[in-house]
Design a protein around this ligand. Structure first.
Ligand SMILES: C[S@@+](CC[C@H](N)C(=O)[O-])C[C@H]1O[C@@H](n2cnc3c(N)ncnc32)[C@H](O)[C@@H]1O
Length: 212
């Protein structure tokens, strides 16, 4: 072995530049792939996290945008994959926020508002009746949880409400929020034991189709 065999091989400046360009274009491709695939934040079942499938988040986002309009304001309550879908499809003039308990979603900066349904009106500095539409998907199929989430929804909305929760919550949801069940059935990336439904308090465009 000669001395030079022990040395770290040196790359020429041209080869280094070519390598750097390759790694940087690879990083860009990977980041746009993960954006188009939706959430790369995994479900934590202890927090009752069940993510919508692609079709469901897409339809909900379309409905929210239809209601809010180009420069509207949309609040996603405990519905992070809807918030993420909206980032892909909304015009820049449309405002969206995510109220969420899971602090992993604080990666969304000022759009993230820490939210615990047990303190339904602790909402940072959010103004009353300042969102064109509020979409909520509370963590538990329990009256107490829906009652408290309903307080938040009513505080934030100018009027329009979309709720995604279990079919068993129908009567309580009607009483608390004046919503009715929509023909569109929300689906999740995993099959859940409970039947889920979308509810709204207005005539919807995209949630009006029975997709069973
Ligand atoms: C049934 S999942 C709804 C997620 C929705 N399907 C989606 O894909 O965006 C319930 C959501 O409630 C959140 N959550 C858990 N505990 C909470 C709490 N104490 N207060 C408010 N939200 C909570 C979870 O992190 C989760 O995002």
């Amino acid at each position: 072995m000669s001395d030079s065999d022990d040395e770290v091989p040196q790359l020429s400046a041209e080869t280094m530049a070519a390598l750097q360009e390759f790694y940087s274009s690879q990083a860009k491709t990977q980041s746009s792939e993960s954006e188009s695939q939706g959430s790369n934040i995994s479900e934590n079942w202890n927090l009752s996290q069940f993510w919508y499938d692609e079709v469901t988040s897409d339809i909900l986002a379309k409905e929210a945008l239809e209601v809010a309009g180009e420069s509207g304001r949309i609040a996603c309550v405990s519905s992070p994959t809807l918030y993420q879908k909206l980032q892909q499809v909304k015009p820049p003039s449309c405002t969206t926020i995510l109220l969420e308990f899971d602090k992993r979603f604080s990666v969304y900066g000022d759009d993230f508002v820490f939210y615990d349904y047990n303190a339904p009106l602790e909402l940072s500095n959010l103004q009353q009746h300042s969102f064109d539409v509020v979409i909520a998907d509370p963590p538990y199929l329990a009256e107490e949880c829906l009652k408290k989430t309903a307080q938040t929804i009513k505080y934030l909305t100018k009027g329009k409400i979309i709720l995604c929760t279990g079919a068993v919550m129908l009567e309580i949801a009607q009483d608390l929020l004046g919503v009715t069940v929509c023909p569109f059935i929300p689906h999740h990336t995993r099959n859940l034991a409970n039947e889920f439904r979308c509810y709204a308090n207005f005539q919807t465009h995209f949630l009006n189709t029975d997709n069973r």
